[in-house]
Write a protein that binds this ligand. Structure first.
Ligand SMILES: NC(=O)c1ccc[n+]([C@@H]2O[C@H](COP(=O)([O-])OP(=O)(O)OC[C@H]3O[C@@H](n4cnc5c(N)ncnc54)[C@H](O)[C@@H]3O)[C@@H](O)[C@H]2O)c1
Length: 255
């Protein structure tokens, strides 16, 4: 029996890294796809030193060529493509009336073009044998937040993309999902705390309490392990959940 394989974008850090570690432990051959090749390579090396299967590839998700060649390397190494997490992302916050068009385009290139290119590459390779395509959405797939218009736009968008792929993929055994966490303390969020404090005239503590955790029921951050658990669960779903957005939000945006 050939080993199952998973490709995770943005897997050199944060959520993607925890998901790569988890899926490797679940027995998958894992492709760690990231623009940060040294960090991706270090993670692949760490997993291999534990007797697990992992391969690092340089992949800028906004480049069609790099996405396609990364998937080709996956099939060469592991013989198939069973699970994909389209997760690479950045955050750029600005007051809306000052939001530079160049930053909007950067957000679209990574989040929108990236989600399209990665999921299309996966779909092409899953048509013969089925598979699961998962997007990292956000609580911002359901709510609106100050300073984040482009992020809200694309995170709403990936939830719609997953629904559409779920419908078109069903005849091929391709399932699609979105995992939607609320705030998790990763480098992406650590960077935003002082930036939001500056733009909103708050202290950093106020940003955490009155913005990031205010609408949760328990004042708690979500964790990277919560997302990895959800991914491992979806990897076993047989279609009952296809098209769904899973809200890991501590009660923020319950429906
Ligand atoms: N941290 C949170 O609170 C949170 C909550 C909900 C959703 N998300 C989403 O989760 C995903 C991962 O975020 P994170 O918090 O782990 O951030 P992170 O900064 O820890 O990791 C992001 C990774 O993406 C990589 N990356 C950036 N641009 C890329 C590109 N063009 N091509 C390939 N890789 C690229 C980075 O090198 C980095 O390794 C993002 O889509 C983010 O929007 C994060």
């Amino acid at each position: 029996m050939t080993q199952k394989s998973a490709l995770i974008t943005g897997a050199a850090s944060g959520i993607g890294k925890a998901c790569a570690q988890r899926m490797a432990r679940e027995g998958y051959g894992v492709v760690i796809a990231d623009v940060n090749l040294p960090a991706a390579g270090a993670l692949a090396e760490e997993l291999r030193s534990q007797g697990l299967s992992a391969l690092a590839v340089h992949m800028d998700v906004s480049s069609e060529e790099e996405v396609e060649s990364g998937f080709d390397r996956m099939t060469e190494a592991f013989g198939g493509c069973d699970l994909v997490l389209s997760n690479a992302g950045i955050q750029i916050v600005h007051p809306f009336d000052e939001y530079p068009f160049a930053d909007w385009k950067k957000m679209m290139a990574i989040h929108a073009d990236g989600a399209f290119l990665v999921s299309r590459a996966a779909f092409r390779r899953m048509k013969a044998g089925g598979g699961r395509i998962v997007f990292t959405g956000s609580v911002q797939s359901f709510v609106g937040s100050k300073l984040k218009e482009p992020y809200n736009f694309v995170k709403h968008g990936v939830a719609g993309l997953a629904k559409s792929i779920a419908r078109e993929g069903a005849p091929y055994g391709i399932y699609a999902y979105t995992i939607c966490p609320s705030y998790i303390k990763t480098p992406l969020v650590e960077k935003q705390i002082p930036e939001q404090a500056r733009d909103l005239g708050l202290t950093e503590e106020e940003v955490v309490k009155t913005i990031m955790l205010r609408d949760t029921v328990d004042g708690e951050f979500t964790t990277v392990e919560d997302v990895a658990d959800a991914l491992a669960y979806l990897a076993r779903d047989r279609g009952a959940l296809t098209g769904q957005s899973l809200r890991l939000t501590h009660g923020w945006a319950m429906q």
